[in-house]
Design a protein around this ligand. Sequence first.
Ligand SMILES: [Zn+2]
Ligand SMILES: [Zn+2]
Length: 132
Amino acid sequence: MTMRVASCRCGQLRAECRGEPVRISVCHCLACQQRTGSAFGVQARWPQDEVRMSGEFRTWSRVGDAGGRATYRFCDTCGSTVAYVNDGLPGLIAIAVGAFADPGFPPPRFSVYEDRKHGWVAVLGEAVEHLD
Ligand SMILES: [Zn+2]
Ligand SMILES: [Zn+2]
């Protein structure tokens, strides 16, 4: 079975992910822009049972526009957010795709909050669903 390991920049916080993710998405929302420091976030979700985290992390929670709470897990040393959970998606954990440091990671199927997308960004692929 496929096993992928995500980690923070300094390497002490890790998430071992077993099997294929159930959902891969790009999010253009302003909170993801601020979280990543980039123009969008990319995340892959697994059932929580398939992900084993190790290392020290701190958490921070935020209530989104739609009222759902997300709780982020980030390295206390280097600050990278490796994972987060959404109350609205119980049983799933989102892992930041960049934390895999793997340009061969499978592409996203969903592009959400496109009404907040930077004009120069295009998420390509025939199978991609584009959502505002
Ligand atoms: Zn770190
Ligand atoms: Zn977002």
